[in-house]
Design a protein around this ligand. Structure first.
Ligand code: GAP
Length: 463
């Protein structure tokens, strides 16, 4: 299928039908901008996180991991600028009272805008185009003035008073603040020296105004972030290296290069030296998948000022003392999952029939091997298939399936992207002690001796 023909409806429907992603709280009518991952979705998301972790931590001798808490001192969010400045431009439709993101309304009519613009800049664009803008809910063109709406989600954690709202504790709006405030701890405990990075994966919460585009933009999501601490004069050199590294990562994941592009930010937040997005060609167009940013020494300056702690680095050799500059790579797990699903989705004609197959990179595939007895009601076939399943599951995420006929099972495994299916038939028992292994992409089948199966698959899943 040509990429241009793929719609979000197709992906959303497959995701639900095959147990990748469910709308949250569905039996209660749903809960906007929140999603749950089903049995294959959680495997896919875990594989994405594991591949990221391997690439960003385990294969790097200059990056270490961290797992900081979702709740942190509210002072951190004041220091970072989130309490005063982490907001999106919002207008209300006077007719249906929908709350709308003004930069999205402008984008919909082809006017370039983003949430990083100042209030004045976006108000000017809004006023200039007011007549052309339409409410995405009711279609009317009557809006309130723009208000900036803060995205931090508040809670009453540890506050037992009625008016907790006056001194809220925030659910973190990005994971990297936990990295900045632990930078000294890591420096003092891990064997790292500048330049080095700290990586973490974790939940993030944002009060997004509009819930659109499935798991692309949600109010609860996971981020995979890496912050790299550099000598000030090396910041841009390291930034270029990080950009190359992150681009290669997506190619190694098997994402088609034509579906990726760089977008340079025109509107930089005041402290940023440079910022690029890696965009993916989603069914709704090229949109941000990951941000790669050069943040200067803003974060450590702020935390040093607000905490009163000296966060300077002292070079062990030259004794030079300075605040490191930071470059970051930041990407959402859900957004990666959506890109990976769109990229893998393939519809092809086979002998006059349509086959839908998710051609996931093998490392990401939720199920690596499915094992079937040819017939469900033949105990000798079932017993042998179970033995093979029990053996292979020690090494790979496997699935045993004896439902329906073999054609149906192949169709199901194709739709969840299982690279290999193993079938036990009568010849296995009576003749050759071999099984049929079917390849998801080529659909070629070959006989493999049961005793050789483990070795056969270790060749196939070599990374
Ligand atoms: N620390 C930098 C930072 O958080 P960001 O551009 O706000 O930067 C980084 O977010 C990445 O997090 C995005 O590129 C995207 O992959 C993901 N992301 C951001 N907001 C999201 C949302 N509401 N839903 C899902 N993923 C989101």
């Amino acid at each position: 299928m040509k990429k241009d023909n793929l719609t979000m409806e197709t992906i959303v429907s497959l995701a639900k039908r095959r147990g990748f992603v469910f709308p949250s709280s569905e039996i209660y009518g749903g809960f906007a901008a929140i999603y749950d991952y089903g049995s294959y979705g959680v495997e896919l998301a875990n594989n994405i996180k594991n591949v990221w972790w391997r690439n960003m931590v385990q294969l790097r001798d200059d990056i270490v991991g961290l797992d900081s808490s979702i709740f942190m001192s509210p002072k951190i969010w004041e220091a970072s600028g989130h309490v005063s400045g982490f907001s999106d431009p919002l207008a209300e439709c006077k007719n249906c009272h929908s709350r709308l993101r003004v930069d999205h309304l402008l984008e919909d009519i082809g006017v370039e805008a983003d949430e990083k613009m100042t209030e004045e800049e976006i108000q000017k664009l809004f006023d200039k185009n007011k007549d052309k803008l339409k409410c995405s809910n009711c279609g009317k063109s009557d809006f309130t003035d723009i208000k900036k709406f803060n995205l931090l989600v508040k809670s009453n954690l540890g506050n037992f008073t009625e008016d907790w709202n006056k001194e809220p504790v925030y659910l973190r709006g990005e994971t990297c603040q936990g990295i900045y405030v632990n930078y000294k701890n890591v420096l003092d405990s891990a064997r790292v020296k500048i330049p080095f990075g700290i990586a973490q994966v974790g939940k993030v919460f944002r009060n997004e105004i509009t819930a659109r585009q499935f798991v692309f933009r949600t109010r609860e999501f996971e981020q995979m972030e890496m912050q790299y601490f550099t000598l000030p004069k090396d910041e841009m050199k390291e930034y270029e290296k990080l950009k190359d590294y992150r681009w290669q990562y997506y190619l190694d994941l098997g994402i088609k290069e034509d579906n990726l592009r760089w977008l340079k930010h025109k509107n930089l937040v005041f402290y940023a030296k440079e910022a690029y997005d890696i965009e993916y060609n989603f069914p709704f167009g090229f949109k941000e998948l990951e941000g790669v940013h050069a943040r200067g020494n803003y974060d450590l300056t702020q935390h040093s000022k607000h905490s009163g702690k000296d966060l300077n680095y002292i070079d062990p050799v030259t004794k030079e003392k300075y605040l490191p500059h930071i470059i970051e790579s930041s990407v959402g797990v859900g957004r990666t999952l959506l890109a990976v699903m769109c990229d893998a989705y393939t519809k092809e004609e086979v002998n006059g029939e349509t086959r839908v197959v998710m051609k996931f990179n093998k490392q990401l595939a939720p199920i690596k091997i499915a094992v079937f007895p040819l017939l469900k009601n033949k105990p000798e076939l079932v017993k042998q298939a179970k033995t093979i399943f029990d053996d292979l599951k020690m090494k790979y995420m496997c699935e045993f399936d004896d439902n329906g006929n073999i054609g149906k099972r192949y169709r199901r495994q194709d739709e969840i992207g299982t690279p290999y299916c193993v079938t036990v038939d009568f010849d296995t028992i009576e003749k050759d002690n071999s099984v049929t292994v079917r390849d998801r992409d080529t659909m070629k089948q070959e006989r493999v001796k049961i005793d050789d199966l483990v070795g056969y698959f270790s060749g196939k899943f070599k990374c």
